[in-house]
Design a protein around this ligand. Structure first.
Ligand code: FAD
Ligand code: DHB
Length: 388
């Protein structure tokens, strides 16, 4: 097989890149190790920045997001038994939209299939060759048969555990990482939203987050041991923990309901540089990870591929590699800003096992500053909506 751009991974990064290239008349093939049903059912992110919405709308894949997504103009920070609203729109002029990542995936898959895009599911044994030449190739197995794609470029959109980053030539690479030693326990619950806006709660027992999905489904998270197992958590134990962390002097309580999905994710910060070598480029979680507290991961995946699509368009239209050469520098500016903010939100709101009493008091004082100082609230709001 021959194509212009071989894309590994059909997450938000890979699917959107393939679609943006198609809109510019550039051919691509997407290789995905899972099935279509699996990628369309994986529950992950929920928060889209305005810039992400604009990119999806301009690419013609935003109709369902506009109709079904929920626009949020503020978030709440809860601590010391009280809730404090951060008015995102008043402070920044912008808002965020809650629309689940797997719905974005469905919209992108539908757009690719409607345009007869080549999306190969259930591939395995993906190997990259010749990435430092002008004729890279990808070997893989599809439906039991060995296959090969020859391309001009290979783009690794295959997430943190993918094969593209390890295929980068090692010389001159630098990785930055931080493990937090805790994770998030996430549940999906059949019940009406407990709150109109997201609630980020700090509590001595650990962080908790109230989010939504639809008018009948809530998304709730609480800080946990990343090595714990969902089977150790009965529904009663989960509700007891959520009530304890979210209890409130104003009498507000989180709505209970049938829990129909449980998962645990570890929390880490990670950046791998450079994000390119020769004809191989990385985008999204393949190159960087943020802890989910800042709700930035999917937004970064989208902004990376928007940059890559511009670079590839310039290459094919004008024969210039200028933008592609500048990809790492341009992407990392946003990536490090989001890394900083996600680390800061995580540090502000979570319980650290090794924190001294002094550090715990400073953390509480910092939260007081954020909710009482317009300048600090504005800084949080600007970072949260992605106004940078
Ligand atoms: P992925 O979505 O990981 O996609 C990679 C794809 O590559 C996968 O489909 C995988 O199957 C495929 N693949 C992997 N290896 C191979 C291989 N060898 N060959 C072929 N295919 C391969 N982000 C936000 O912006 N807002 C949020 O609110 C938010 N909340 C989150 C909550 C949770 C619980 C989690 C886990 C994440 C959250 N994130 C959030 C992060 C967000 O989900 C990720 O950053 C986003 O999925 C990254 O997209 P991606 O396309 O780079 O990678
Ligand atoms: C959701 C996830 C996040 O990481 C976050 O910060 C806010 C909301 C969510 O899944 O709804």
């Amino acid at each position: 097989m021959r194509t212009q751009v071989a894309i590994i991974g059909a997450g938000p990064a890979g699917l959107l890149l393939s679609h943006l290239l198609h809109l510019n008349g550039i051919e691509s093939i997407v290789l995905e190790s899972r099935t279509q049903a699996e990628i369309e059912a994986t529950i992950r992110a929920g928060v889209l920045e305005q810039g992400t919405m604009d990119i999806l709308n301009n690419a013609g894949v935003g109709a369902r997001m506009q109709a079904e997504g929920a626009l949020h103009h503020g978030i709440e920070l809860a601590f010391g038994g009280r809730r404090h609203r951060i008015d995102l729109t008043e402070l920044t002029g912008k808002a965020i939209t809650v629309y689940p990542q797997h719905e974005v995936i469905k919209d992108l898959v539908a757009a690719r299939l409607a345009a007869q895009g080549q999306l190969l599911f259930e591939v395995n044994g993906v190997e990259l060759h010749g990435v430092d030449t002008a004729a890279p190739s990808v070997n893989f197995i599809h439906r039991g048969e060995a296959a090969r794609i020859e391309a001009d470029f290979v783009i690794g959109c295959d997430g943190y555990h993918g094969v593209a980053r390890p295929a980068m030539p090692g010389q001159g690479r630098q990785d930055f990482k931080r493990d937090y030693g805790f994770g998030w326990f996430g549940v999906l619950v059949e019940s009406a939203p407990s709150s109109d806006e997201l609630i980020y709660a700090r509590h001595e027992r650990g962080f908790a987050l109230v989010s939504t999905r639809t008018p009948t489904v809530q998304r709730l998270y609480f800080q946990c041991d990343p090595a714990d197992h969902v089977d150790n958590w009965s529904d009663d134990r989960i509700w007891a923990e959520l009530h304890a962390r979210l209890e409130n002097n104003e009498g507000w309580r989180v709505n209970e309901g049938h829990i129909f999905q449980k998962n645990i994710i570890g929390m880490r910060s990670f950046v791998s540089t450079p994000m390119q070598s020769g004809r191989l480029f990385l985008a999204g979680d393949a190159a960087h990870i943020v802890p989910p507290t800042g709700a930035k991961g999917m937004n970064l995946a989208v902004s990376d591929v928007a940059l890559l699509a511009q670079g590839l368009e310039q290459f094919y239209r004008q024969g210039s590699e200028e933008r592609l050469q500048g990809y790492t520098a341009a992407a990392l500016k946003r990536v490090w800003r989001a890394e900083y903010f996600s680390w800061w939100m995580t540090s502000l709101l979570h319980t650290f096992a090794d924190a001294t009493p002094f550090q715990r008091e400073v953390q509480r004082a910092e939260l007081e500053c954020v909710v009482s100082s317009r300048a600090m609230a504005t800084a949080l709001a600007e970072n949260y909506v992605g106004a940078f």
